[in-house]
Design a protein around this ligand. Structure first.
Ligand code: RFL
Ligand code: PHB
Length: 394
């Protein structure tokens, strides 16, 4: 089998890349380790920046997102029992974000791919990649016990943090920057109306909490928990009780609880690999970088990597120009580091760090006191939250 671009991973990065390439007349095959249902069962992101929304429109998969997504023009920060609204719309000259689940977006991309009859291999085991340091990259995998091989011009590593692509690069060719936080997020999804029209990010003495949503009838909540906690030891009742204790009186009153339909713990990590290109292999999305979810940046960064990568491949195949592929890594990394910084900073601002002692907690409170009472500071938060443009000043 032969194609122009072999895409490893059918998460949002891989599927969006496949769609953008298809629209430009470039042939690609997507190879995924799991089943479609397994991919759709992972409950992750919920907030899309305008840049990501525009890309999904460009890919021709935006209809349901616009019908069902919720436009949010602000969010709330709950600090010392008081809520402060970050009016994104006002502070950024009219910008907003769209609340639309990663599951739904992935489903839209999968549906578009199968409607177009584009080649996708699911349940591929033992995926390996090779030849990317020369002119003839290839991918091999096993399916139903049979060895398969795909030859290609380029490999797009869209296979997430634990994928095979980054792991196939020689250690001497890659530099990795990493910070692991001393806590995780316990997430719960329930068929209940959200406690508030907008997201609430809560800094509580008992630990961070986030009230988010997927629709007006489906809520997503998160609690900061020690890394040693096991999801099995958190009953739904214990979750709701702890959430109540981290919220303000009004939210406690309004909170509607119900059985969980999903519950999981995610560790928090900041991670960047440099560079993102190795000959004819390119890393995009979580394969190349991870942010803690506090700033809602992971999926958005994945979408913009993919935009840069699709543009680079299109320039290569239609104009025979290598400028885009040569600049891919530096272009992405500049935007990635800015989002990494914001996510790290917002994580530090909103969580409890018991090991850092009481003075760190006082510094955090003083910083929040300053930020929430300064319009300039609130604008900075809003500007980062709605997301950076695809291109910014040299
Ligand atoms: P994914 O989604 O991990 O997809 C990678 C795919 O590759 C497959 N794969 C392989 N396939 C073939 N061969 C192999 N050897 C393979 N190894 C892996 C996997 O099965 C999978 O299908 O990466 P992608 O596409 O780069 O997408 C990235 C996003 O999923 C991620 O950044 C976001 O979910 C992060 N994130 C958030 N991002 C936002 O922008 N806004 C948010 O509100 C937000 N909230 C979140 C989040 C992530 C969370 N968790 C659980 C990490 C909330 C949470 C709790
Ligand atoms: C979510 O709805 O899953 C979500 C929203 C905002 C975040 C992180 C996760 O910052």
């Amino acid at each position: 089998m032969r194609t122009q671009v072999a895409i490893i991973g059918a998460g949002p990065s891989g599927l969006l890349l496949g769609q953008l390439l298809h629209r430009a007349g470039i042939d690609a095959v997507v190879i995924e380790r799991q089943t479609p249902d397994y991919v759709l069962g992972r409950i992750r992101a919920g907030v899309l920046e305008q840049v990501a929304v525009d890309l999904l429109d460009e890919a021709g998969v935006g209809d349901r997102m616009h019908r069902e997504g919720l436009v949010h023009e602000g969010f709330e920060m709950l600090v010392q029992g008081r809520r402060h609204r970050i009016d994104m719309h006002l502070l950024t000259g009219g910008k907003s974000v769209l609340v639309y689940g990663q599951t739904e977006l992935t489903r839209d991309l999968m549906d578009a791919r199968s409607a177009l009859g584009l080649a996708t291999v699911y349940e591929a085991s033992d995926v390996t990649i090779g030849g990317f340091d020369g002119a003839k990259p290839f991918v091999t995998w096993k399916q139903g016990g049979r060895e398969q091989r795909l030859d290609c011009d380029f490999i797009a590593g869209c296979d997430g943090f634990h994928g095979v692509c980054r792991a196939s690069v020689p250690k001497s060719a890659i530099r990795e920057y990493e910070k692991v936080y001393p806590f995780g997020w316990l997430g719960l999804l329930s068929e209940t109306p959200p406690v508030n029209e907008e997201l609430i990010y809560a800094n509580s003495e008992r630990g961070f909490a986030l009230c988010s949503m997927r629709s007006m009838t489906r809520s997503r909540y998160y609690l900061q928990v020690p890394l040693t906690d096991k999801v099995e030891s958190w009953s739904d009742e214990a979750f709701w009780q702890e959430l109540r204790l981290r919220l303000d009186a009004e939210a406690r009153e309004k909170l509607v609880t119900g059985p969980s339909i999903e519950k999981s713990i995610a560790p928090l990590r900041s991670f960047v690999a440099e560079p993102l290109r190795f000959g004819r292999l390119f890393l995009a999305g979580d394969a190349g970088h991870i942010v803690p979810p506090t700033g809602a940046k992971g999926l958005n960064l994945a979408a913009t990597d993919v935009k840069y990568l699709a543009t680079a491949f299109i320039e290569y195949f239609t104009e025979r120009s290598e400028a885009g592929i040569d600049h891919y890594s530096a272009r992405c990394l500049r935007r990635i580091w800015r989002a990494e910084r914001f996510s790290w900073w917002f994580t530090n601002l909103m969580h409890q760090f018991p090991d850092e002692g009481p003075i760190a907690a006082r510094f955090q409170q003083a910083e929040l006191d300053y930020l929430l009472n300064s319009e300039a500071a609130r604008r900075t938060i809003a500007e980062n939250y709605v997301g950076l443009p695809l291109t910014f000043g040299e």
